[in-house]
Design a protein around this ligand. Structure first.
Ligand code: T46
Length: 181
């Protein structure tokens, strides 16, 4: 496994070692000892999640606030998504900066999204299976988010607006300005 820190402090792209042979391939998708050493801190994941979406589905931008904040280790096991992480830590040198990275079953890349970030993705392939680990329990009452087309963040979601499918909940998420005013 290799880890490259992104322009967002503490946010890493990880690439597993893939062992291919005539049967196919093997990889360790998560190894606590290696992962903690690569990112330089201990992260105790306690819940695995999976979502399935069709092309144009945009989930996010979401976070859980306060003591319920979640760090996430995300990957795609079928299809391709554009994954987006936004640093919402007001004391961070990368506050309100974001990164976008293509995660796919082909490139097998993973993204570590620390606590204090908003996270979302849009499905670029016909369908996608999105798998991720979180280090804190789901807590509906602490859920927050930022509207996907926020003007301050100005995220390029690649697909045309008319192709997007967004939940009713996500359509009414606040802007950055509303969140931090
Ligand atoms: C996140 C979550 C959801 N749920 C239930 C709540 C709803 O009845 C249903 C769908 O939830 P939601 O519409 O919030 O699912 P997503 O839009 O995929 O939310 C996720 O999308 C972005 C990409 C994220 O990074 C978060 O992990 C998460 O917010 O699953 C649970 O039971 N447990 C959970 O941990």
């Amino acid at each position: 496994m290799e880890a490259i820190e992104t322009i967002l402090k503490d946010c890493y792209v990880l690439e597993p070692n893939v062992f291919g042979d005539e049967r196919g391939y093997f990889l360790e998708s998560y190894n606590k000892k290696q992962f903690d050493a690569l990112i330089g801190k201990e992260v105790n994941f306690i819940q695995d999640n999976e979502s399935f979406s069709s092309q144009g589905v945009l989930r996010g931008l979401h976070f859980q606030s306060g003591e319920h904040a979640q760090a996430k280790l995300v990957r795609v096991t079928q299809g391709k998504v554009l994954d987006v992480a936004v640093d919402l830590r007001t004391n961070s040198p990368s506050f309100l900066k974001h990164i976008s990275v293509e995660l796919s079953s082909e490139n097998k890349k993973q993204l570590f999204v620390p606590r204090g970030f908003a996270h979302g993705f849009i499905v670029l392939s016909e369908t996608a299976v999105f798998n991720y680990k979180v280090d804190n329990w789901y807590n509906k009452a602490s859920e927050g988010g930022i509207i996907y087309n926020d003007k301050t963040l100005n995220i390029d979601w690649v697909l045309d607006k008319e192709l997007l499918t967004i939940s009713e909940k996500d359509k009414v998420l606040p802007t950055v300005k509303e969140l931090f005013e």
